[in-house]
Design a protein around this ligand. Structure first.
Ligand SMILES: Nc1nc2c(ncn2[C@@H]2O[C@H](COP(=O)(O)OP(=O)(O)OP(=O)(O)O)[C@@H](O)[C@H]2O)c(=O)[nH]1
Ligand SMILES: [Mg+2]
Length: 244
């Protein structure tokens, strides 16, 4: 069993910002909110669906880190992914297409880890990660207010180890700082360099954090996340976007 599998199952799953208004090429990919849709939910390894080789990205993070809210923001919807102030809202791997059927890419929302996680969620996540040929990037989210705790460091270190094993040829790792609106700009400017260093020390392969606020306007960092997703999925070129 890999480090990731054992830690996810037993320990981790224990029981600059640019204004949102900036329009980029990748914003076009996500522009038509109605062209995003729910595909499937998987609560067991056996029920994980397959989708004809369409590239995928997945979010992970402690329960309540803001994973579902961020995915809603990047597809311009309020409630495509269900979110809640109560940790542990997302209880399955949830697959959403971006673009008209069958989709240009797929976003995967995942249950959270940490004290509000569950071992079976860890097993599901680990299996997906280790077997999914379509996976292009893993986004690990950290709440700006909380920084990294032990579960975060374990998960980050394990994801980094997976990346190092494959030289990033299967998927790459990207950090995201969430809920930046909940702390003052001054505190954020003090916190960010420390956070970047901590992430780099634990996970040298992890792409530096994108700072986001995705609940209410002014949103920020969302355009950067869209660009990152499009780039990871090989959809940065205009021709690749086609009609969305
Ligand atoms: N202020 C603020 N609140 C946010 C932001 N993102 C998420 N939230 C709130 O944080 C809470 C948790 O958000 P979710 O998106 O459900 O978090 P999650 O990581 O999907 O949580 P689980 O599915 O339980 O693991 C909700 O009350 C959201 O409204 C943000 O950028 N700013
Ligand atoms: Mg969620």
């Amino acid at each position: 069993m890999s480090i990731l599998a054992s830690r996810c199952g037993q320990r981790i799953f224990g029981g600059h910002t640019r204004p949102y208004a900036t329009t980029t090429l990748s914003d076009a990919l996500f522009a038509n909110a109605r062209a995003a849709g729910f595909l499937a939910a998987a609560v067991t390894v056996a029920s994980i669906p397959t989708f004809q080789g369409i590239p995928e990205v997945i979010v992970t993070g402690r329960a309540n880190a803001g994973k579902s809210t961020l995915l809603n923001a990047i597809v311009g919807r309020r409630d495509l992914m269900l979110s809640s102030s109560k940790p542990g809202r997302t209880k399955s791997l949830n697959f959403f297409r971006v673009g008209p059927d069958p989709g240009k890419l797929i976003l995967v929302d995942a249950p959270g880890y940490g004290s509000r996680g569950r071992p079976e969620w860890g097993q599901l996540f680990t299996h997906y990660l280790q077997t999914r040929k379509e996976l292009r990037r893993v986004y690990i989210l950290f709440n700006a207010k909380h920084g990294l705790n032990e579960a975060d460091r374990l998960m980050l270190g394990d994801l980094d180890a997976q990346c190092q094993l494959t030289g990033g040829s299967r998927w790459t790792l990207q950090a995201i700082v969430t809920k930046a609106d909940t702390i003052s700009p001054r505190d954020l400017s003090i916190l960010l360099p420390k956070l970047r260093k901590e992430i780099f020390d634990v996970a040298p392969t992890c792409l530096p954090p994108i700072v986001t606020a995705s609940l209410k306007h002014p949103l920020f960092g969302v355009s950067e996340v869209r660009s990152s997703v499009a780039e990871a999925c090989g959809l940065q070129k205009l021709g690749a976007l086609g009609r969305v």
